[in-house]
Design a protein around this ligand. Structure first.
Ligand code: FES
Length: 152
């Protein structure tokens, strides 16, 4: 044994490790204060609380999907409104939610004598009086419990 060196330290660069770490003795532990426990609980609550699915909304707006009227939360993308109407089915749908898949494509207008437009519903914000005239097979399948487009 070389004097002045710890025989348990093989790497000379790690020689600065305190002796108590090598012997397994830990530094004295202070009991946590009330405030640090409360702060930790709030952090855990923030981490585990599920984020809300919908953007904040104060009221519902009326839309028509393939001739049938529904009320959905304002200030939300149309696909999210579909999810409001059929939560489970839309959640399990094959939607990317970021403009890649195109499974959420719809055609819509904003009432009588307004132009018909095509859009992807994951990016299209819902508006009061919106009329969705055509939807993809994926959306139709996800909204099957609403019995829309039965005449088709
Ligand atoms: S959900 Fe994929 S493009 Fe809208």
């Amino acid at each position: 044994m070389i004097s002045g060196r710890n025989p348990r330290v093989r790497n000379p660069r790690s020689a600065a490790i305190p002796e108590r770490w090598l012997t397994g003795l830990s530094p004295p532990v202070q009991p946590p204060s009330f405030f640090s426990v409360r702060r930790a609980c709030h952090k855990i609550a923030d981490m585990t609380a599920p984020g809300t699915l919908f953007r904040p909304f104060l009221r519902l707006v009326r839309i028509t999907i393939l001739g049938k009227e529904f009320e959905v939360p304002e200030n939300n993308p149309l696909l999210r409104c579909f999810q409001y109407l059929a939560p489970e089915q839309v959640s399990y749908g094959r939607f990317c939610w970021n403009e890649d898949c195109q499974y959420c494509r719809v055609t819509f207008d904003l009432g009588e004598a307004t132009p018909t437009r095509a859009a992807i519903s994951c990016k299209l914000m819902v508006q009061n009086g919106m009329r969705i005239n055509e939807v993809t097979a994926e959306i139709k399948y996800c909204l099957r419990t609403l019995e829309i487009g039965k005449a088709d």
